[in-house]
Ligand binder design. Structure first.
Ligand SMILES: [Zn+2]
Length: 247
């Protein structure tokens, strides 16, 4: 196995020779910004909320039946927008300035890639920044959700407003998924960050990759490690601070 400096050098060379670069990012990259991971030991899913599992509260059936309880949880745990992008988000957006064609596919709903300035983003699980009325589909921004208490209602028709995130029990947005798969499939370089690649659609997207270099940066092993051209099992801050110096 290569030592850390060699790994960084290899990754830097791959980035240099690649014109189209796709990133697939998961919850692990937002923890650096202070957003709790979902599945780690202290993550969102490890703790019950008033006796209920978060997976249950984030199910579409629960939302339809108990929107008030859903919103209490949502406001406390997910509606977090006073956080800044970190070195990873900034590095990714910086590559655009260098003339690379960059696509970001993310499982995160926090909007930090947008905040960092990335232009082409496929939010597989939606985003907390978009909300809409379930009846008339009128759109509302995050401030409207923050300024209201309890269940937010539509100003036009009185319908319940929901966040444009994918609940358990719902399908991913077809068009978003299709575009995400297209844009990653033939990228010269695909870099997977902060996801264990266990759950659909991460596994699906990575298994269809036909480009030149597959790179996985994750502290834990992933099931695609044997297919990757480069695997870096290191702390993100260390990896990206080293990379930024090389740019
Ligand atoms: Zn409405």
């Amino acid at each position: 196995m290569k030592d850390f400096n060699e790994q960084i050098k290899t990754l830097k060379d791959m980035i240099e020779e690649s014109h189209t670069i796709a990133f697939f990012t998961g919850a692990g990259i937002s923890t650096l910004s202070g957003i709790p991971d979902f599945r780690s030991k202290n993550g969102l899913y490890s703790n019950r909320y008033h006796g209920k599992k978060p997976e249950k509260i984030l199910h579409i059936k629960y939302f339809n039946k108990h929107p008030e309880e859903f919103y209490a949880f949502y406001r406390e745990k997910l509606l977090i927008d006073n956080i800044d992008p970190n070195v990873i988000h900034l590095f990714i957006s910086e590559l655009q300035q260098l003339g690379k064609e960059v696509t970001v596919v993310t499982q995160n709903i926090d909007g930090l890639h947008e905040k960092a300035g990335s232009l082409k983003i496929h939010n597989l699980h939606g985003t907390i920044h978009r909300n809409y009325c379930v009846d008339c589909k009128k759109e509302y921004d995050i401030d409207y959700i923050k300024q209201t208490d309890g269940i937010p209602y539509c100003k036009e028709c009185g319908g319940i407003i929901r966040p444009a995130i994918t609940f358990y029990g719902e399908f991913l947005d077809k068009e978003t998924f299709k575009q995400a798969r297209l844009d990653t499939k033939n990228a010269d370089l695909l870099i997977v960050l902060g996801t264990s690649l266990v759950v659909y659609p991460a596994s699906e997207i990575v298994s269809h990759f036909r480009g030149k270099h597959l790179v996985i940066i994750n502290k834990k092993r992933t099931k695609f490690n044997h297919q990757a051209n480069l695997v870096i099992q290191e702390d993100f801050a260390r990896v990206f601070n080293a990379l930024l110096k090389e740019l």
